[in-house]
Design a protein around this ligand. Structure first.
Ligand code: KG4
Ligand code: ZN
Length: 367
C-alpha cells in the first residue's frame, strides 16, 4: 500500500511516499529555518504562511521523487497533532483535499508518536534490512525534540503509554538556548554538537536534574541557568535598575566555547540516559521489572535530538549493557519529516482505523 504523508506541525513543510509502512520511496522536507533565524525561534504566523506557499510544491516533489502518480496513492496520512495550530491546519486541509479528491482513506497521526515510529523506516535502495516490529516491542520509547521530551512504554507502534515528560524545557529547546547564549545561531542543536567534538566534556560540572526518587520526568531549566551563569557570571542590578553581568560571552575563545558545549552535552546525555535506566528498572527490562507486564526488547529513540552524536553513543552503550536493541532513526528521519507520518498512518490503517473528513487539527497531543 502506498501512503502519502504530510507534515506541517512546526517549521518544516514535508511530504513523503512510503510503501507498506516501512519503505520510504521519497522524503521531501522544506525547512523554514532561514525565515525564522533572525527572530531566534519559530514565529507561528510566518510558519503558517510559509506552509501555505510550500505544501503543494512539496507534495508534487514527493510524488516525482517516488516516481509515482497521484492516482497511485492509496491513502493519505497527515500529522494533525500536537503543534502550532495555524501550521497544523495547513497540512490537515491539504491532506483532506487530497484524500477527498482521490477517494482514498484519510488518517490523522500524532506527531510525537510518529517520532517513535521513525526508527522502523528504511530506504529500499540502500540495502539495509530494516527493523522488524516483532524484534522491537515491547519497548521503552524516548522522544527528544525541540518541542518534546518524553518517555513511553510501547506495547506496539499504536499502543503507547506516557511514563514521564519534561516539567519545563524540552531538551532540544535547552540545546537551542545554549547555542543562543554562545551566539552560535538557530537551530542550535547541531551547532553545539559539532563544537562539542573539540571540547573537554569535564571542563564544567553542569547539574543533572534527577527530580524525585523514581520520577520519570525531566527538567532542563537548571542546566540552562547554570550555563548562563558560567558564561556571564553573577547578575547584579545597576543604579539605573538594569541587570548587569560580570562577563560578556563574546570574549570567549573557540576552545572555551567548545568546552561549554561538550560539558553541556554530557549533562544532557546523563540526564536522559539516567531516566531511560529508571524506566527500564520500573517498567521492564529483560525479564521484567516490578509491574513491567513483560520484558522490553528495545529502546526506541526519536525526535531531532536523537541526531545528537553523544546521545546516540551513550544510549547505544546502555542498550549493549542491558542486552537491549537500540532503535535509532537514520539521520534523515530524526528531524521532522513526513515519512514517519506516513509510516504510522499505515499502521493505523492496517489496524482498521481511519478518520473522517471532519478530522481536526489540535495543538495538544494524544498521549
Ligand atoms: O524533531 P524536531 O525536528 O522538531 C520538533 O518536533 O521539535 O527537533 C528539532 C530540535 C531542535 O531543537 C534542534 O536544535 C535539535 O532538534 N537538534 C539537535 C541535533 N540536531 C537537531 N540537538 C542536539 N544535537 C543534534 N545533533
Ligand atoms: Zn518533531
Amino acid at each position: 500500500m502506498l501512503v502519502l504523508g504530510i507534515e506541517s506541525s512546526c517549521d518544516e513543510t514535508a511530504a513523503a511516499v512510503v510503501r507498506s509502512g516501512v519503505d520510504v520511496l521519497s522524503n521531501v522536507v522544506a525547512s523554514q529555518h532561514d525565515l525564522h533565524a533572525e527572530y531566534g525561534g519559530v514565529v507561528p504566523e510566518i510558519a503558517s504562511r510559509a506552509h501555505v506557499e510550500r505544501v503543494t510544491p512539496v507534495v508534487r516533489r514527493a510524488l516525482r521523487d517516488a516516481g509515482v502518480s497521484l492516482s497511485a496513492i492509496e491513502a493519505v496520512a497527515v500529522g494533525n497533532r500536537p503543534g502550532l495550530i495555524g501550521a497544523l491546519v495547513v497540512g490537515v486541509a491539504a491532506g483532506k483535499a487530497l484524500a477527498w479528491s482521490l477517494g482514498v482513506p484519510l488518517v490523522g497521526v500524532d506527531h510525537v508518536r510518529a517520532h517513535l515510529y521513525a526508527g522502523l523506516l528504511r530506504d529500499p535502495l540502500d540495502g539495509t534490512p530494516g527493523v522488524v516490529a516483532e524484534d522491537v516491542f515491547p519497548a521503552i520509547g524516548l522522544v527528544i525534540s525541540g518541542g518534546h521530551t518524553a518517555l513511553f512504554r510501547c506495547e506496539s507502534a499504536l499502543d503507547v503509554r506516557r511514563l514521564g515528560s519534561t516539567i519545563d524545557d524540552a531538551v532540544g529547546e535547552a540545546y537551542d538556548k545554549c547555542a543562543a547564549m554562545l551566539g552560535l545561531g538557530h537551530p542550535g542543536g547541531p551547532l553545539v554538537d559539532a563544537l562539542a567534538q573539540r571540547g573537554n566534556d569535564r571542563a564544567h560540572d553542569f547539574p543533572v536534574s534527577r527530580l524525585g526518587e523514581g520520577s520519570l520526568d525531566f527538567s532542563f531549566s537548571g542546566l540552562k541557568t547554570s550555563v548562563l551563569y558560567t558564561l556571564r557570571g553573577q547578575p547584579s542590578t545597576g543604579a539605573d535598575g538594569q541587570r548587569r553581568w560580570e562577563r560578556d560571552p563574546a570574549g570567549l575563545s573557540d576552545g572555551q566555547r567548545a568546552d561549554v558545549c561538550a560539558s553541556f552535552q554530557r549533562a544532557c546525555s546523563r540526564a536522559i540516559v539516567m531516566k531511560i535506566e529508571r524506566a527500564l528498572d520500573l517498567v521492564g527490562g529483560p525479564g521484567g521489572g516490578p509491574g513491567s507486564g513483560g520484558g522490553c526488547r528495545s529502546i526506541i529513540v526519536g525526535g531531532g535530538v536523537s541526531a545528537n552524536s553523544r546521545l546516540r553513543k551513550d544510549i547505544g552503550a546502555l542498550g549493549a549493557a542491558r542486552g537491549l536493541r537500540v532503535v535509532l532513526p537514520k539521520m534523515a528521519y530524526c528531524l521532522d519529516n513526513a515519512a514517519m507520518i506516513a509510516g504510522l498512518g499505515f499502521a493505523r490503517l492496517a489496524a482498521g482505523e481511519r478518520d473522517e473528513l471532519t478530522l481536526a487539527a489540535s495543538p495538544s497531543g494524544a498521549v
